[in-house]
Structures are given as structure tokens and as C-alpha cells.
Design a protein around this ligand. Structure first.
Ligand SMILES: [Zn+2]
Length: 204
């Protein structure tokens, strides 16, 4: 059975009507909230600006790692939720279908129009996104970038592979790392993320 994204989106829409007094949405085993993407973008990109051009790579790495750890823990919670068991699991035929389930949950959460382009088990995942809010926010506030700016999605794509093919939770985070060779923030027509295992470093 194929993964039906609309069923997942409808379930998230239906259940996200339930809010706690602080606006927290308890769904898929995790706590979610409605969050302004402008605010998120300002925090991230201002952090990068504050560190300055000489530390741009360091800022980028920290923001991606934060997103990957968050994605890893969040989707582990989702995998163990009753909603996953009830809604998504019946549509899963093989291990790799879990990635399609993750992607549809991410779409339902409003993270973008993620589409899997390629999945080589335990090796490579390619995901394309046409409407990343990070790219949109960067372009609007800072103009064209010279490198990919979608740090949250980059971390999350790595986390998807970590959960499937890394060591058991919580030891598998950063087994995979994602690059973003194409990004709308630098003029490409969509963003593309490629998660692979980083090359092994030789011992010092
Ligand atoms: Zn991008």
C-alpha cells in the first residue's frame, strides 16, 4: 500500500484543533506549537550574521546540528506514537516506506512540499523542496545567498536517515549528514538535500 499523504495531513489538521492552555499541540507523541517562520528565520539568520563572515561555516554547522538533533528526537517520538501506529503504519510495506511516512508528516506540519527523489537504503536520500520558508525568508531579507540557507530542512533530512539506518536511538544521530547543493536562496529553482554517511576520518 502506498503512503497516502492526504490521510496524514487530514489527521494532523483534525488533531491540531486540540490545544493546551499555552497553545501546545499534543500530537504524534510530541509537543508542537504554531510558530512564526519569520521569527525563526530572524533568529537563525541573525545568529549567523552576528558571528560574522569568518565564522559563517561554524554558524551553519551549529544550526544544522541543532535541527538534526531536534528532528532525530521528534521523529523518534512520532515513530512511537499511537497516531503513527494507527494512521501511518498500516500503509507501510517495507522499511524504506518509513521515510515516505516521515516526509508526509513533515509536509503536514507545514515544513514544505518535501518530495523524495531518490532513496538508496543505508546509503543516500535525496529530497527536493520547492517552497522552503528558510529560502523564502533569506531572499526576502538578505537577497541572494552564495550557499544553501535551509538549515532546518538540511538537519531533518539527515535525521530521517539516522533513524532508519543509524544505531538504535539515541546513539544514531549524525550517522548521516545532508548537503544542500541546490537552494532557492542562491537562485536555484528549488532546494535539494542529499544525505549520505560522512567519509570516515582516519584516526589521529
Ligand atoms: Zn534552500
Amino acid at each position: 500500500m502506498a503512503i497516502e499523504g492526504t490521510r496524514i495531513i487530514h489527521a494532523v489538521m483534525e488533531r491540531s484543533r486540540i490545544r493546551e492552555s499555552k497553545g501546545i499541540i499534543p500530537i504524534f507523541g510530541v509537543y508542537l506549537s504554531l510558530f512564526s517562520v519569520h521569527y525563526y528565520n530572524r533568529i537563525n539568520f541573525n545568529f549567523e550574521k552576528k558571528l560574522g563572515p569568518s565564522r559563517e561555516a561554524e554558524a551553519e554547522s551549529l544550526l544544522i546540528k541543532a535541527a538534526q538533533e531536534c528532528g532525530y528526537a521528534t521523529f523518534q517520538g512520532i515513530l512511537n506514537s499511537w497516531e503513527w501506529d494507527e494512521i501511518v503504519k498500516p500503509m507501510i510495506d517495507c522499511k524504506e516506506d518509513q521515510i515516505l511516512g516521515f516526509v508526509e508528516v513533515a509536509v503536514a506540519f507545514g515544513w514544505g512540499d518535501l518530495k523524495v527523489q531518490k532513496l538508496i537504503p543505508d546509503e543516500e536520500l535525496v529530497i527536493r523542496v520547492g517552497d522552503s520558508y528558510e529560502a523564502t525568508g533569506f531572499l526576502k531579507n538578505y537577497g541572494h545567498a552564495n550557499r544553501g540557507k535551509c538549515f532546518m530542512l538540511r538537519g531533518v533530512v539527515g535525521a530521517f536517515m539516522d533513524l532508519l539506518y543509524g544505531e538504535s536511538y539515541p546513539d544514531g544521530c549524525f550517522t548521516f549528514l545532508a548537503d544542500e547543493p541546490l537552494c532557492r536562496a542562491k537562485g536555484d529553482s528549488y532546494c535539494e538535500f542529499i544525505a549520505r554517511k560522512p567519509p570516515h576520518r582516519s584516526p589521529p
